[in-house]
Structure formats: structure tokens, C-alpha cells
Design a protein around this ligand. Structure first.
Ligand SMILES: Cc1cc2nc3c(=O)[nH]c(=O)nc-3n(C[C@H](O)[C@H](O)[C@H](O)COP(=O)(O)OP(=O)(O)OC[C@H]3O[C@@H](n4cnc5c(N)ncnc54)[C@H](O)[C@@H]3O)c2cc1C
Ligand code: SF4
Ligand code: SF4
Length: 391
């Protein structure tokens, strides 16, 4: 068992290999990629092509699965009065959707992400955005976009991992201007670690990051396992137009060129990436705003056209307020019980992650990449967590 204090001192590529890649903790976020020639993504795996002896490498410093200083990150990004242990900073919590029904029809849920990105661009808050796109091999990759057409071409959720932060590293040049990024929780954490790192060579690039739109995230799927599952069900990956997880139905719905199909949830869950078992964040706690699917009583056809929206920073608030004022986003106050449900689900994910981490490390004293002194971790280190083993 390696003490946390020893781990923190090392920011090397060797450390990344030993404690993240070899331990199966890599989330595939891409933060260690495209900052040196030795770290690459192969399909949905992060691979080291060559060893480097640098003792103070950004690859390890930016990785969301190496120890961080969460208190410093929260202090840098949020107002302390807004912080909650369950879901991070909350300035406001709403149900939201694009006012334009045509846009909603092309997006995953209410198109809140797309509306906010488009507005940030048109108002000059950002000059370009990094979003996720599906390439010809049915894999995700980050892409930089700077107009409505390109943003709309990439709406919708893809449930395999996107190395979006690698695209941020590679594509955000001086010419890209100010940038917004759509990020899953692990990607948002990597971007927050970049912001705090004060690395000289990265300083200008990170200054260009003006907006992080976070996505709620329960898991991503292993490309290999998921592709096999699809083929077993006679679904060709290229035929997929949209996927969703309808509330209360226990299936993954897949809309293809040949019509809609449903895969039982247990079969999908068997494809979840191992690294997601150790993830504490379901709502992208390090973003300016976070967006997920709405949950309220009503037909799924109605519910699926709405998002849950957490506003976390002043910047996020200004953007949402402007979207409402301009009439492009409809917002309604979400009831208290929705927030409580969201918090309960978030706590559940945190506790499961902690149980899995302890099971993996074999000791409650070794929380792998987490810091047991962090109040947001300590709060969930209950007897129930370290006595019970979960899968
Ligand atoms: C892997 C994954 C897991 C999710 N899990 C949950 C969950 O458990 N609960 C929940 O409420 N919501 C979850 N979401 C969020 C939800 O699916 C929607 O993204 C969210 O509700 C926003 O809807 P929208 O209509 O505003 O999005 P849109 O306006 O359609 O915009 C979606 C944006 O997400 C980007 N994107 C798509 N796939 C990825 C990806 N793999 N990685 C990074 N960016 C991507 C697109 O480029 C686009 O910019 C998940 C999303 C993803 C990608
Ligand atoms: S930075 Fe991201 S892609 Fe690289 S090892 Fe860490 S989790 Fe994996
Ligand atoms: S569950 Fe966590 S680790 Fe997995 S993709 Fe989502 S944010 Fe990343």
C-alpha cells in the first residue's frame, strides 16, 4: 500500500502507468494525450508508446485519477456558500429546454447544452467549442467547432468514452480564441486540474478556456464489449441515430435506420468501463453549469424533452439568465423533491465508488486517487461503506 503523501510528490509518466493505467483507473478523458508524443489513445484505451523520465510531467498532473487538492480546486472555481457535499456548487437548480422544438428533436433531451453553446458563441463569450463527435470507426473524439451548423451536427449523447480533453490539448491553438468545452465529470475535473497547475507552457492555452458545460454521467461503455453486444443484437453501429435510457423502463433504447430497438439494462451494464466503478462524480461538479436528463412525473415522451440544469458559477448564471432573457431557453424551477432525489442518487454513486475503491485497495486507509482528508470524501466514509463489499 502506497501512502497518499508519497503519491502526491510524483507527477511522472511512470506514476501514471503504475497507479492509473495498470490499475484500470483510466477514464479515457484524454488529458494526458497530445501534450507529449508518448501518450496516445488507441480506440478507447490510453497507451504509452515510450517511457519518459520527466519527474514533473503534465500527463500525471492533469489526470483526474491522480491525487488532487479538491479544496483548492473548489476555492478557485466556486463560492463557498454554494457548495454542497452531494453535488458540488449549486447557485440554481432548474428544469430547462430549448424554446425551439425542432432543436429539441435533434438533441439528446431538451438541447440545453446546445442552446448554451450557441448563445456563448453568438454573444462572443467564446470563439469556438470542443464537443464530441463520432468518427468513421464508431469511436468518439473531440472536435473543435465554431458555428451553429457544426454544433448541431454533434448533438446527442454517445455512451462510449470521448477523449475530449485530448482535443482541447491538440486543437486549442491561439487562433481558436476563447473556448468552451462540453465535458463529462472526469473531463471537467481534468480541465480544473489544468487550470490550477500553473504550468508555464500551458498557461496561455488554459486562459483560453472560458466555459465548461458539464454533463451528468453514470458511466461510459467499453467500445469492445458494447460493439460485441450490438452485433449480437443485429445492430450495426453505423445505423445508430440516437440512444437513450428512458426513465423506469430498464432498457437502453437505440434508434436505428431500421427502427427502434431496446437492450435490457443488465446486458448494457455488463459493458460499463471498469474505471467508472471508482467515479465519485455524477453531475460534473467542476463545470460552470451541469446538464442531465429531467426526471418528473409524466409521460417519458414529455419528460425526455427537458433537462435538469445546475448553475454553479457566476459565469454560468449570466449565460443562463441571458438565454432566458433572449427567449432561447425555457426554464422552470424544479421542485425540492427533484433536487433531493438528485442528491440521493449522487450520494449513492459516491458510496458505491468508495466501496469499490476500498475493495480494490484492500484498505480504508488507501483510497487510491482520493484524499481521505477531503470533507466531501470523509462524509461518505461511513461504516456501511467500508464494511460492505459491492460488485
Ligand atoms: C456518457 C454519458 C453518460 C451520461 N449519463 C447520464 C446519466 O446517468 N444521467 C443523466 O441525467 N444524464 C446523463 N448524461 C447526459 C445526457 O445524456 C445529456 O447529455 C444531457 O441531458 C444533455 O442533454 P441535451 O439535450 O442538452 O444535449 P445536446 O444538446 O444533445 O448536447 C449533447 C452534447 O454532449 C456531447 N457529447 C455526446 N456524447 C459525449 C461523450 N461521450 N462525451 C462527451 N461529450 C459528449 C455532444 O458533443 C453535445 O455537445 C450522460 C451523457 C453521456 C455522454
Ligand atoms: S489523463 Fe485521462 S486518459 Fe490519461 S491516464 Fe488519466 S484518466 Fe486516462
Ligand atoms: S462515470 Fe465518471 S469516470 Fe466514467 S466516464 Fe463518467 S465521469 Fe468519467
Amino acid at each position: 500500500m502506497v501512502e497518499l503523501s508519497l503519491k502526491v510528490k510524483e507527477n511522472s509518466q511512470k506514476f501514471l502507468k503504475k497507479y492509473v493505467l495498470d490499475e484500470g483507473l483510466c477514464t479515457g478523458c484524454g488529458a494526458c494525450v497530445s501534450i507529449c508524443p508518448y501518450q496516445v489513445i488507441y480506440r478507447d484505451r490510453t497507451v504509452q508508446l515510450h517511457q519518459c523520465d520527466l519527474q514533473d510531467g503534465n500527463c500525471s498532473a492533469f489526470c483526474p485519477r491522480t491525487p488532487a487538492d479538491p479544496a483548492a480546486l473548489r476555492k478557485m472555481l466556486f463560492e463557498s456558500a454554494d457548495l454542497t457535499p452531494e453535488i458540488g456548487a449549486v447557485k440554481g437548480y432548474y428544469f430547462s429546454r430549448a424554446a425551439d422544438p425542432e432543436l429539441r428533436a435533434t438533441a439528446q433531451h431538451g438541447a440545453t447544452v446546445t442552446v448554451l453553446l450557441e448563445l456563448a458563441l453568438s454573444e462572443g463569450l467564446i470563439d469556438s467549442a470542443v464537443v464530441s463527435t463520432r468518427n468513421q470507426e464508431f469511436l468518439q473524439e473531440g472536435v473543435i467547432v465554431n458555428n451553429t451548423e457544426a454544433i448541431r451536427k454533434n448533438t446527442g449523447s454517445k455512451f462510449t468514452v470521448s477523449p475530449t480533453v485530448a482535443a482541447f490539448n491538440r486543437l486549442v491553438t491561439k487562433e481558436a480564441g476563447n473556448v468552451g468545452v462540453v465535458a463529462t465529470p472526469c473531463q471537467a475535473l481534468a480541465l480544473a486540474k489544468m487550470r490550477i497547475s500553473k504550468t508555464e507552457e500551458f498557461e496561455n492555452k488554459i486562459k483560453q478556456l472560458k466555459l465548461v458545460i458539464g454533463l451528468y454521467c453514470g458511466w461510459t461503455l467499453s467500445v469492445e464489449k458494447y460493439t460485441k453486444l450490438l452485433l449480437d443484437k443485429n445492430i450495426t453501429p453505423e445505423s445508430i441515430r440516437k440512444m437513450d435510457i428512458p426513465a423506469g423502463k430498464n432498457v437502453l433504447e437505440i434508434f436505428t435506420d431500421d427502427g427502434a430497438k431496446a437492450i435490457p439494462f443488465e446486458e448494457v451494464q455488463a459493458c460499463v468501463r471498469d474505471a467508472c466503478q471508482y467515479c465519485m462524480d455524477s453531475t460534473a461538479e467542476y463545470a460552470d453549469v451541469s446538464v442531465g436528463s429531467a426526471r418528473f412525473a409524466g409521460s417519458w415522451e414529455e419528460v425526455r424533452q427537458w433537462n435538469q440544469l445546475i448553475v454553479r458559477t457566476e459565469k454560468g448564471k449570466a449565460l443562463v439568465d441571458l438565454a432566458v432573457k433572449k427567449g432561447v431557453l425555457e426554464v422552470r424551477t424544479a421542485p425540492e423533491e427533484s433536487l433531493n432525489e438528485l442528491k440521493a442518487a449522487a450520494v449513492n454513486k459516491k458510496k458505491n465508488a468508495l466501496k469499490n475503491i476500498i475493495r480494490k485497495s484492500g484498505s480504508v486507509k488507501n483510497l487510491l486517487y482520493l484524499d481521505s482528508r477531503d470533507p466531501a470524501v470523509l462524509k461518505y466514509l461511513t461504516k456501511e461503506v467500508f464494511n460492505k463489499k459491492v460488485k
